[in-house]
Design a binder for this molecule. Sequence first.
Ligand SMILES: NC(=O)c1ccc[n+]([C@@H]2O[C@H](COP(=O)([O-])OP(=O)(O)OC[C@H]3O[C@@H](n4cnc5c(N)ncnc54)[C@H](OP(=O)(O)O)[C@@H]3O)[C@@H](O)[C@H]2O)c1
Length: 266
Amino acid sequence: MTNIGVIGVGTIAYALVEGFCTALDVDLASPLSAGNLHFMLSPRGAIKSAALAETYPDRVTVCQTNQEVIDRSDWVFLTILPRDADEILSPLHFRPEQKILSIMSDHSIEKVREWTGPTAKTIRMVPLPMSALHIGPIAYTPADPEIREMFSPLGQLIELSNQEQLSVISALSAVMSPFYRVLYETSAWGTSQGLPESAAIDYMTSFFEGICVRTRTERDIESVKLLSEEMTPGGLNEMAYNTMEQDDAFASWSRALSEVMKRLKS
Ligand SMILES: NC(=O)c1ccc[n+]([C@@H]2O[C@H](COP(=O)([O-])OP(=O)(O)OC[C@H]3O[C@@H](n4cnc5c(N)ncnc54)[C@H](OP(=O)(O)O)[C@@H]3O)[C@@H](O)[C@H]2O)c1
């Protein structure tokens, strides 16, 4: 059994605990196997902590204070907002043998160590809410066998060799909301034209899923570019593509990513 402390039970922490508690175990002999993880949750956010404790009473304990979370844990997951970190972490005392997983987007490993002091490990990760469903990418650095073992049931682990690469991933992860907006705009347009909502959503989600699965067989950027240009001359895709190109819709994605990157580097 391994105790995992979680400081800040918001969207991402909820998704991770949910993912671990619903994972199908392959190796119950390992203390890091999902079925052997016990979660010590911070009293904030109270609603999500209480919901997890109610759903998984054998796996989840809600602590009275953040210090109690740390005192009862082997690993500590930092899942608070970056802007709150200094106020929340400065008064806390970590043990040298503890292992820290920081999920805060803006803070470096070196900065986290200023708050925690020397600990056995400090890992930085960019998970996503779909980890609750055991799918999607989970990028982190540095590569670590324990993280690999613990998180592999939650999605596809992407091990990066340095924090600069992780910052690029952090920036890329920021297109999640814009992408949901694309799903919304296209599905809502379909319903405005008379499609039943379920048909519009089923079609668009299956459509994008198919495009992504198809593209995963490619391993170089040039092949992905060719796919984006694979259109019937004079056809419907070409018409939509040219309309969006004239509106500068594609370049706005890389402009947004560059803006996010500026903040991550500052
Ligand atoms: N959401 C994502 O998809 C995602 C993905 C990758 C990384 N991240 C990173 O994960 C971190 C959390 O993001 P989030 O989206 O989960 O934010 P969130 O939903 O706002 O969660 C932050 C949590 O911190 C809690 N908190 C506030 N003060 C606290 C305190 N003194 N002690 C303990 N907890 C406290 C809040 O509790 P109250 O509800 O009581 O205020 C809230 O539940 C961020 O650093 C973000 O960069 C998020």
